[in-house]
Design a protein around this ligand. Structure first.
Ligand code: FVH
Length: 292
């Protein structure tokens, strides 16, 4: 059993602390606003008087606060006790924020792991919870067994920004899926069709279309968007144009799909009508390429 400190007792911090308590660990908690540790204390958690005291109480501290401004404030206030300890920061942020925080904590003598939680609070400790980690490999190796009690622990590499990069990329995929759902549902809603009834058609369709993605990934990796094309860009541009024309005719907003049609048209203008729509990937990533 380990001594673990949890900093931040919002919805997620509460779930993390409760899970570790359930597993029999010795838990110390701290939250900026007092009063949030009552339920955890009733289950055996110790409440620290400050973030520095919480860090001092354990070899490993798991921090999960609102954002990196909050995480920075915690690190500043706990700076005196971080040396020689492991800080696992599960706060959502950008790769750049993670890298800066890794440097700052290294300067304070702590080992740093950044993490991205792919789960909601009730999922913590359950079979579908996944947490991505990057940063100090020795720290991950030393504590992987404990961290796995929160959910599957996937270590992505020594660059502290990698967990955040993958976390945000996975969430991007999710929001793209949600955007398609909202547009499609609004379109049938224009004729009074209920979302629940329509989803009986939409759900299986979206699941079937997931099967297209490995083929797109292959084309992106090979840089050849002209192989195994069954639904070419020229045809799909006409189809998406049709969708947006119908959307306007039905009095529904086109905002969610307008940018996609714009990218289709831009790619078409480069003479890529016979290629697959995966070719728009070259436009999406062009800023990074142009920036060198
Ligand atoms: N909840 C979720 O579904 C998602 C799942 C994926 C991961 N996210 C990220 O987890 C971080 C925390 O999220 P949360 O759901 O626990 O958020 P809240 O319930 O709003 O609690 C926020 C805690 O942050 C503390 N806090 C805010 N500002 C400061 C500060 N300047 N100094 C110290 N602590 C601060 C706040 O304390 P208080 O307001 O009670 O004093 C809460 O403990 C987040 O990055 C999600 O993106 C959750």
């Amino acid at each position: 059993m380990a001594n673990i400190s949890i900093i931040g007792l919002g919805a997620m911090g509460q779930a993390l602390a409760a899970r570790f308590l359930q597993q029999g660990h010795t838990i110390t908690v701290w939250n900026r606003t007092p009063g949030k540790a009552v339920a955890l204390a009733a289950k055996g958690a110790h409440e620290a008087a400050s973030a520095a005291d919480a860090v001092a109480a354990s070899d490993i501290t798991v921090m999960c606060v609102l954002d990196y401004a909050a995480a920075d404030a915690v690190i500043v206030s706990a700076a005196s006790t971080l040396s020689g300890r492991v800080l696992v920061n599960l706060t959502n942020g950008t790769p750049a924020q993670a890298r800066v925080t890794a440097e700052r904590t290294a300067g304070l003598g702590a080992a740093y792991l950044d993490g991205g939680i792919m789960a909601t609070p009730p999922m913590i400790g359950g079979e579908y919870a996944l947490i991505l980690y990057s940063g100090s490999k020795p720290a991950f190796d030393a504590h992987a067994g404990t961290l796995q009690e929160l959910g599957a622990a996937n270590y992505l590499g020594g660059d502290a920004g990698l967990a955040s990069l993958h976390d945000l990329a996975l969430l991007s995929g999710m929001y793209g899926l949600f955007a398609g759902f909202f547009h499609a549902t609004a379109l049938v809603d224009s004729e009074g069709i209920r979302a629940g009834a329509f989803f009986k058609l939409l759900g299986p369709w979206m699941s079937a279309m997931m099967g297209e993605l490995p083929g797109y990934a292959e084309k992106i990796d090979s840089g050849n968007h002209g192989i195994n094309v069954v639904s070419n860009l020229g045809m799909q541009t006409a189809s998406l144009d049709n969708i947006l024309t119908a959307t306007k005719e039905q009095g529904v907003a086109t905002d969610l799909l307008d940018p996609l049609l714009e990218l289709f048209r831009q790619r078409l203008a480069t003479g890529s009508a016979d290629e697959d729509i995966s070719g728009i990937f070259e436009l999406v990533r062009r800023k990074r390429i142009a920036g060198g």
